[in-house]
Design a protein around this ligand. Structure first.
Ligand code: SAH
Length: 396
């Protein structure tokens, strides 16, 4: 059977020869061979040249996701084994993240040339997320390859909200293969331990992307009074305490997350952290009103905008957080501004920080401009993978 073809409109092939993996309907002239959703297709330029092999999905805004630029190569088990082996080579041989009880991202979707597949490793368990119907349909095969390569005790499937609507994929959270993880599953990270709830935690259970940023911030915390707004299961605050902070106040709106945070503190023998359930916006306002000050403030809010229309409101949210933080920071204070909204670029975040500093009549020096940990690489051909920004600055 010949592979069905998706033929591009004239002059629309360049981004795909440039290895961007998302083909939207607007670029497509016609399809040949009547591909089913999830089927392999060859993307072909208007002039008839092969561009790349991908998976088709008429139900998604992304009609074709591209995986392979080698003509004639099938997207079969061997292909997935090779792609995932390349991903593991980075994590194991280059980054040396492969230890006992390790926690790291095994595969980061487009950044590992597997658009729509996220795999995180937490000790002996894998957490898998499919955001593409074509790969979701191949989940059994992908789970088998993961078993071959990583020999886990279990593989747990997490689904992102709205994915059924976006992709037409019918997926439900639950065990994909093997044993359920124990309730006290934990990972080792930079000499600390973190409990991970694969089934109910946010994202795939834990925020692995902030690993290096947490370590960078910990170095600045010895003897300091630290506010970790949006702490989730303790992240930055635990690192700060481990780094010798005098006291830490950790806030989050989620009681289940805070409960794990308290357990994490005990697990790491750290006692000078106060965990409080609070809305950060309201609570920071109260701290300002009470005249409290801090030496380090970490802002790591959730994604504020999922589409362009939501960006202006998202920027207002970031602005408000920075205004409050600058009121709480003492002289020489350290401000840590994280932003995981992909639609807001590093330059936008810096501009916002600069504007708030001027309005607040505080001078700021940018010390570090950081991204996600390198097991969340950024693909130069799909810059959307570079979503996380972390700016560390000093209040002059
Ligand atoms: N810094 C964490 C990750 C934070 S994720 C780490 O290193 O692991 C963002 C967190 O913000 C989530 O835990 C979510 O529960 C919390 N959150 C979202 N909106 C909030 C609000 N208005 N007030 C307090 N917490 C909020």
């Amino acid at each position: 059977m010949p592979v069905p073809k998706v033929i591009l409109k004239a002059k629309r092939a360049q981004p795909f020869f440039g290895r961007h993996p998302w083909v939207f309907a607007g670029a497509i002239e016609r399809t040949e061979g009547d591909p089913a959703d999830g089927a392999e297709v060859d993307l072909v330029s208007h002039g008839g040249n092969f561009v790349a092999r991908g998976l088709y999905n008429a139900q998604s805004k992304i009609n074709v996701r591209l995986y392979c630029w080698e003509e004639g190569r099938a997207l079969d088990r061997d292909f997935f084994r090779e792609r995932l082996s390349r991903a593991l080579h980075l994590r194991h041989d280059v980054l040396k993240l492969n230890g006992p009880d390790a926690g790291y991202r095994v595969c980061f979707s487009e950044a590992d040339y597997l658009s729509g597949l996220i795999v995180d490793r937490y000790g002996d368990w894998l957490s898998v997320q499919f955001t593409a119907l074509g790969l979701a349909a191949r989940r059994t095969e992908i789970a088998e390859v993961l078993r071959e390569l990583l020999n886990p005790k279990g593989i747990y499937l997490r689904t992102e909200k709205g994915i059924g609507k976006l992709e037409g994929a019918e997926l439900h959270d639950g065990l994909l293969w093997g044993e359920l993880p124990p309730a006290d599953l934990s990972i080792a990270e930079n000499g600390m331990r973190f409990l991970v709830n694969l089934a109910e935690g946010q994202k795939t259970g834990y925020y692995l992307d902030q690993r290096a940023n947490r370590a960078a911030v910990a170095k600045l915390c010895a003897g300091k009074r630290v506010l970790d707004a949006f702490t989730y299961t303790g992240g930055f605050g635990l690192y700060a305490a481990k780094g010798g902070a005098a006291e830490v106040l950790s806030l989050d709106a989620s009681e289940p997350a805070l409960e794990i945070g308290r357990k994490n503190a005990a697990l790491n023998g750290l006692s000078n952290i106060t965990f409080e359930k609070a809305d950060v916006f309201g609570h920071m306002g109260e701290l300002v009103a009470a005249g409290r000050t801090f030496d380090v403030v970490v802002l790591d809010p959730p994604k504020f905008a999922r589409n362009r229309a939501a960006v202006p409101d998202a920027l207002k949210g970031y602005r408000r957080l920075h205004q409050l933080a600058l009121k709480l920071l003492a002289r020489d204070g350290i401000l840590v501004s994280c932003c995981c909204t992909g639609l807001i670029a590093m330059t936008d975040l810096e501009e916002l920080i600069a504007q708030v500093a001027v309005e607040s009549k505080r001078d700021l020096q940018l010390l570090e401009r950081r991204g996600a940990s390198p097991d969340h690489p950024v693909s130069v051909t799909c810059r959307e993978t570079g979503y996380l920004k972390c700016v560390i600055s000093r209040v002059w």
